[in-house]
Design a protein around this ligand. Structure first.
Ligand code: ADP
Ligand code: MG
Length: 264
């Protein structure tokens, strides 16, 4: 790999991507992504379908392996480690540790259908983090209150609306006590009338200081909540800045064209 060997030294940088590349066979999907996300920052990632947004989130969470470049989370190289100037693949245990500090919420809620809401939320803390059941359940109840579902702990996912299921999915991710949350179009599979309740939970999380990278087509949400908006197209960052710049006064033709196509 030819990479910038600089390390993530700035203390408040939580995610640092350095010339990140990803190919699937001969298809190069990410063509050198460089970006930094500060602790407590909310970044909204916009871009047309196929521009590599999901792939980028999946690389941060190590659901895909990087082709070239580096990603640091909390100053630590993701997936690989450097010893005496050489790169080594991290062990599965080390990768699991790195992943456990990152929460991810997908377009589809992916709840376990045969488990109750409470069981969905307590599963990973109990199994992965070895949290005692009473503590895991107490924390799950706090999180259910936070997402407005205190009365639904015994329900099964199929008895909940899509918006409720997505709020459970957020609570489930938060139960692992992540310090970074990745959202991949969390509202795009929802009926329009259910979008607001999920965005409200996300706004609340942002206000609490959570570092968030949010892939979304919700332009109003990005304008209201994002500290920074990043527009991606064709595997590169085309432009980035505050919403007032990127959304309201885009400089690049590709950004203008995209914004012209999405409703806002
Ligand atoms: P976005 O989320 O911006 O819509 P994706 O990251 O999902 O974009 O996809 C970017 C490109 O990578 C698309 O052309 C997609 O078909 C391709 N791609 C994504 N995952 C895979 C995969 N596992 N195998 C092959 N191609 C993939
Ligand atoms: Mg996607």
């Amino acid at each position: 790999m030819t990479v910038d060997t600089g390390s993530a030294t700035k203390a408040d940088v939580q995610v640092r991507a350095v010339d990140v590349r990803k190919s699937f066979g001969s298809l190069e999907v990410l063509k050198g992504i460089n970006l930094e996300v500060d602790r407590g920052e909310v970044v909204c990632l916009l871009g047309p379908s196929g521009s590599g947004k999901t792939t980028f989130l999946r690389l941060i969470n190590q659901m895909e392996t990087i082709t070239a470049g580096r990603i640091y989370v909390d100053g630590e190289l993701i997936g690989i480690e450097e010893r005496d100037g050489k790169l080594y693949q991290r062990t599965d245990k080390d990768i699991a540790r790195q992943r456990s500090s990152i929460g991810m919420v997908f377009q589809r809620f992916n709840l376990f259908p045969h488990k109750t809401v409470l069981e969905n939320i307590t599963e990973a803390p109990i199994v992965v983090k070895k949290v005692a059941r009473p503590q895991a359940e107490a924390r799950a109840r706090e999180l259910l209150a936070q997402v407005g579902l205190a009365d639904r702990e015994s329900s099964y996912p199929s008895h909940l609306s899509g918006g409720q299921q997505q709020r459970v999915a957020i609570a489930r991710a938060l139960a692992m006590e992540p310090d970074l949350m990745l959202f991949d179009e969390p509202t795009s599979a929802l009926d329009p009338e259910l979008v607001g309740e999920v965005l409200t939970v996300m706004k609340d999380l942002a206000a609490k200081g959570m570092t968030m990278i949010v892939v979304t087509h919700e332009i109003a949400f990005a304008r209201e909540v994002a500290d920074r908006v990043i527009f991606m197209d064709g595997g590169v960052v085309v432009e980035q800045g505050p919403a007032s710049q990127v959304i309201d006064h885009p400089r690049e033709e590709r950004t203008k064209a995209f914004l012209g196509r999405v409703k806002h």
